[in-house]
Structures are given as C-alpha cells and as structure tokens.
Ligand binder design. Structure first.
Ligand SMILES: [Fe+2]
Length: 203
C-alpha cells in the first residue's frame, strides 16, 4: 500500500467582492501614479510596480470590504487546515499591497518569510496576463527528474501548478510555498492586491 502525506494546500475562490472591484481598480491606478510606479528591484523582473514598501493598504478605508473578505476566506482556509478557533481569531493581516504588472513583466520565485499564510486578489487581469506558479516545496525534489509515462499524472505527483489570474479570484497558500508569476503576455496591465497573515504576538 502507498499513501501520500504532507500535501501543500492552495485555496482558490472566485467572484470575491466583485461589487467593489471597479473602485479598487480606480484607486490603485491613482496610487500607482502617486508613488511614481516605484518598484522593488530585488524581486521584480522588467518592472512590476508594487507598493510593498511604499504604501500599506491595510488601514486604507477604501479596501476595508476587501479586507473583510480576505479575513473570512483565511478563516475558512485555516479551519480546513486544522487550526483551532482561538488561533484563527489571533490571525491578522500584517500587510497588504498592490501590484501593477505591465506587458512582459514577471515576478521571480520567492516565498513570504515571517508570515503564516499569504495570498493575492486579482483586480484587473486577462487570461494571458501572467499565471501564478506554485512549486513543489520539498527540498531536493528536483534532484530526481525521472522520465514519466505519458499523460497527466495525478495531482499529488505534480511539481508545479499554474493558476489563472481571474478578476475577483482570491488565491491563498502557506507562506512557505515557493511561487512566481509568469510574464504578462497581454497588451494591458494586470492589477492585483497581495497580503500576508501573521499570528498576533508573533511579530
Ligand atoms: Fe509572493
């Protein structure tokens, strides 16, 4: 008998907070202009513009409804992962920032140290404006690259997963999960809001 253990959970929910998405789009465009599209040069390739170190959206009242949705979905996610109620109640969004990705920009592989869960909410996107790619986090797994039988392997054998950037979609994952963003191959910008959760008292 073979059983698979230690899975990597990824939370996906569509059509989140669609009624406010136009407002978020408008304000992020305004903020992006105000911050002069400064970017974090460590992670970004060819210039994704992010407010990560410049403007925290957590206390911005414009984004209060989105924050409420994110809290709700994080609660569902952590409940499914076996966290108890008291621990979940002690979770808070530590930071929340916007990303504006122009044509041909991508984001290098990274993780979110110091957080419990992380995620992204798509405000403006096209099917080809850059999928989120999550990688098998097991150390050393890539040292073994067997030639496999043809066809689609079952999910537990995948080593990376590509998730579509759909407007109104929220994606969440444990902050230790390696991920990157494919190049934006559309001729329009992609706008997203990213966030991290921490446990109260563990800052
Ligand atoms: Fe990330």
């Amino acid at each position: 008998m073979i059983e698979s253990w230690f899975s990597s959970p990824i939370y996906v929910e569509d059509n989140v907070d669609k009624e406010n998405i136009k407002t978020y789009k408008k304000h992020i465009k305004k903020y992006a202009l105000q911050t002069n599209f400064l970017s974090n040069s460590i992670q970004n390739r060819e210039g994704i513009h992010t407010s990560h170190e410049l403007m925290d959206l957590v206390e911005d009242p414009i984004f209060t409804p989105l924050k409420t949705h994110i809290l709700k979905h994080n609660k569902i996610f952590l409940s499914a992962l076996g966290y108890d109620e008291k621990t979940i109640a002690g979770m808070k969004i530590s930071n929340m920032w916007f990303n504006v990705s122009h044509t041909n920009t991508s984001l290098l592989k990274h993780l979110h140290p110091g957080s419990i869960t992380s995620g992204v909410y798509y405000v403006k996107s096209q099917p080809n404006s850059g999928k989120l790619v999550c990688n098998d986090p097991r150390p050393g797994i890539q040292t073994n690259m067997p030639t496999r039988v043809k066809g689609q392997p079952p999910k537990h054998l995948w080593r990376e997963i590509h998730l579509d950037p759909k407007e109104g979609r929220i994606l969440m994952f444990p902050s230790w999960l390696w991920h990157c963003v494919e190049p934006n191959e559309s001729n329009d910008i992609r706008i997203s809001v990213s966030f991290n959760f921490i446990q109260n008292g563990f800052q």
